[in-house]
Ligand binder design. Structure first.
Ligand code: SF4
Length: 252
């Protein structure tokens, strides 16, 4: 998910306020991007809150359910009115967007404005995701590891259950999606990636985006100290992974 440094340069930085309980809590906004929704110009809304604790998280400010800076969701909605015809899509990212019950209403309102809707999710709350699916046009699903290695990445036992259920639900619904995995050798070593590749093959996934760890935004000093272990995506490993998943994009 996008680095918060870019978010801070947005036109809503001065529109901080506490959200009403039924309002989407927003911790950041990228007003324009050509890289966060396939083949479309989009804005990205960064939702506050995530129950997982990935060591490599590069938006740690978005993990608490209440952030230090809250942007005014109704004001963002008004601003989106001025973006009709200029933007194609709005992507709800995070944090974990499905952590908020208010996401559904926000998605409905944004869709009614004529924007395509994208969602970045780790599949943390599959039941909420399932309810949202009819309103979604594209999903970036973070699959962090094989089931056996999931808790090592997220810090939460059982976190793999929701993530892989989310994959099932998305595939059944037929919504366009991509699977993405962040790669840091200390958390997702080669054998872990090979195990995940086999599972993706079994699940019929043919496209896979691998995102090498980026230090920017990460505040986990222990992981940063192991940066020398991070970069493991050499040609040999990629060749092996492509034997299971033919189309792999390394997105740096
Ligand atoms: S799922 Fe992990 S990487 Fe994503 S926001 Fe939560 S803690 Fe950060």
């Amino acid at each position: 998910m996008e680095a918060l440094a870019e978010v801070m340069s947005n036109p809503f930085a001065s529109l901080s306020k506490a959200s009403a309980p039924s309002e989407l809590r927003v911790g950041g906004l990228v007003p324009f991007t050509a890289t966060d929704y396939p083949n479309a110009l989009a804005a990205v809304v960064f939702c506050q809150g995530c129950p997982w604790r990935c060591d490599y998280c590069h938006n740690p400010h978005l993990i608490p359910s209440q952030g230090e800076q809250a942007l005014d969701w109704p004001a963002i909605g008004e601003w989106l009115e001025t973006r009709r015809g200029l933007l194609d899509a709005v992507v709800f990212s995070g944090g974990e967007p499905t952590a908020q019950a208010a996401l559904s209403e926000a998605v409905t309102a944004t869709r009614a404005q004529g924007f395509r809707i994208g969602l970045h999710t780790g599949g943390v709350y599959p039941r909420r995701l399932q309810a949202l699916l009819p309103q979604l046009d594209w999903i970036g699903l973070d699959l962090k590891a094989s089931p056996a290695g999931y808790a090592r990445v997220t810090g939460v036992e059982g976190s793999e259950l929701g993530a892989f259920e989310a994959l099932t639900l998305i595939q059944r619904a037929g919504v366009s999606f991509e699977v993405r995995t962040t790669v840091h050798g200390a958390l997702t070593p080669p054998e872990e990636l090979r195990a995940l590749a086999v599972i993706l093959k079994e699940r019929g996934v043919t496209h896979w985006v691998l995102q090498p760890f980026r230090a920017r935004g990460c505040d986990n000093e222990a992981l940063l100290a192991r940066a020398y272990e991070a970069h493991i995506l050499d040609d040999t490993l990629l060749k092996t992974l492509r034997e299971s998943v033919p189309y792999i994009e390394v997105r740096r």
